[in-house]
Design a protein around this ligand. Structure first.
Ligand SMILES: [Zn+2]
Length: 192
């Protein structure tokens, strides 16, 4: 399937996509990556849209997927990045929350501000959420997250700080759309 059709349109791997926004950025070493936000119709969202577990099974596809998750989607803490708070202070816990505790179902965390994924085994604690179809097709790191209103606002504030002023127009549009749609934040890091 064409990668654009996979992500956008009424039959995407996530569900029916009603809107999207993305931005291509280059990192210091020149590697391109994409930040993307998808709006989905709530009753069309695939139960497989986002997964944070190691694939477990004997068939060839599951084996291949497990290799890809191990290679691209397992978080390895980096002292300079993980153990500094967003304000730059030292901390003894990974600021990205890894390893995550086990839980049996997808749902909101205790503060109601963060979506937490099903992680039924100990080995799932370090898995960065992904979409299996996208990972098989892309074969590179792709962080796929379901975003609450609070985290979307934080995400936008981060981007307002580093993009051109015209971005402000986009934000008001996004907030309008938020009232009746579910938001999926898709962060794509392109293969080096
Ligand atoms: Zn970490």
């Amino acid at each position: 399937m064409h990668s654009k059709k996979m992500i956008l349109g009424k039959n995407s791997i996530f569900g029916k996509t009603t809107n999207h926004w993305y931005r291509v950025e280059s990192q210091n070493r020149g590697a391109l990556h994409i930040h993307m936000i998808l709006w989905l119709e709530e009753n069309t969202i695939s139960p497989d849209a986002v997964c944070a577990e190691m694939p477990r099974g004997q068939d060839a596809t599951t084996n291949q997927l497990r290799q890809l998750v191990t290679k691209f989607q397992v978080h390895h803490c980096r002292p300079n990045r993980c153990f500094r708070t967003w304000k730059g202070l030292a901390t003894d816990k990974c600021k990205y929350g890894f390893p995550y505790p086990k839980r049996d179902v997808d749902g909101y965390g205790p503060d109601g501000q963060r979506f937490e994924y099903k992680r039924r085994n100990q080995e799932d604690g370090l898995v960065v959420p992904y979409n299996a179809y996208l990972l098989l097709a892309w074969q590179a790191h792709i962080n796929v997250q379901r975003v609450t209103r609070t985290s979307l606002e934080r995400y936008l504030v981060k981007y307002i700080a580093k993009v051109e002023p015209t971005f402000g127009l986009k934000i008001s549009y996004m907030k309008m759309r938020f009232t009746n749609t579910w938001i999926q934040d898709l962060l794509v890091l392109q293969k080096l």
